[in-house]
Design a protein around this ligand. Sequence first.
Ligand code: ACO
Length: 336
Amino acid sequence: MKKMIIRGTGRYLPERIVTNADMTQWMDTSDEWIEQRTGIKERRWIPEEGNVGASDLGLEASKIALARAGWTPEDLDLIIFATLSPDINFPGSGCLLQSKLGLKSTPALDIRQQCTGFLYGMQIADAYIKSGYANRILFVGSEVHSTGIEKATRGRDVTVIFGDGAGAVCLEGVETDENVGVLAASLHAQGDYAESLMLEAPASRLNPRLTHEMIEDGRVWPKMDGRNIFKLAITRLPEITQTVLGKAGLTIGDIDMVLPHQANLRINQSFQKSLGIGDDKIYNNIQKYGNTTAASIPIALDEVIEKKLIPEKNATVLFAGLGAGVTWGAMIYRFL
Ligand code: ACO
């Protein structure tokens, strides 16, 4: 039977480091507040000058992942691009990346699943591979948040948590009887909570889509009910993890590394404690990158592989996350 195998990973973080102390020039906040509440010490932002979009960061991560897989762009059957900060409203960043890779007709699919973009993207890729519609897929999660957040006290709860970055993964279908690839996955959404974390304007449900008043009222910046999202995360992440462990017939002790979405270190510490995960079996990098949304899990995965924190053969990893939508999910993946 065909299994989806990770052939190469890559990440790209812009060089510009923005510390918590830097944040105090735009808003009433402090290093202590940000670190205590979120664990974040610094994040990366695109350069101040020039136009850099999600597809540009995605391109850099993709080049590394493709090189590690030993593939050229022409080898790809499909590109899946996950972002909440597309280069332009439409067409999708996947089409822009496809062009930047020098491709002329390879299909490109954008998905808008925010913090669960990697989880949804991996399941879509797995389904494409198992159905035979594609065999070599490039997944890219990429965000440029820094130009879409309000650098003022009004937006400080959201602004301090987001960072820019991209992660890419090359995925291939392989015929094997080994118990590898996606061992279990579970994905959910509950649109009742859409307004707990959203960016409202401009939008088709508003007529006109954009007015000066909307800009002045701050409806063009993300808005978050942080407490609600926090509560949902600390209850649903352990639940969904138990679900996928049950589906795979595994216990948490069978997992070599847990890679949670990087939304808040306190969420991940609570998640770790409730499942009894050892410190060496969970990976966090929010301290240096903030929340890079669709890019956070693939960036973490790339670092874990590079640092050799998981076995070279048959490593079993667990991905989990919750974010805007709300959407949430988990997946257990075993390397070949
Ligand atoms: N600096 C200083 N003070 C701040 C800041 C800041 N950056 N942000 C908010 N505050 C203030 C608030 O104004 C409030 O002040 P008040 O008591 O005078 O009204 C006080 O701090 C407490 O605010 P809360 O929002 O209750 O703070 P909380 O402890 O909940 O922390 C945080 C806020 C960090 C945002 C937290 O709620 C959180 O991380 N939530 C989850 C975020 C998340 O997981 N998002 C989903 C992923 S993102 C995605 O899907 C795109």
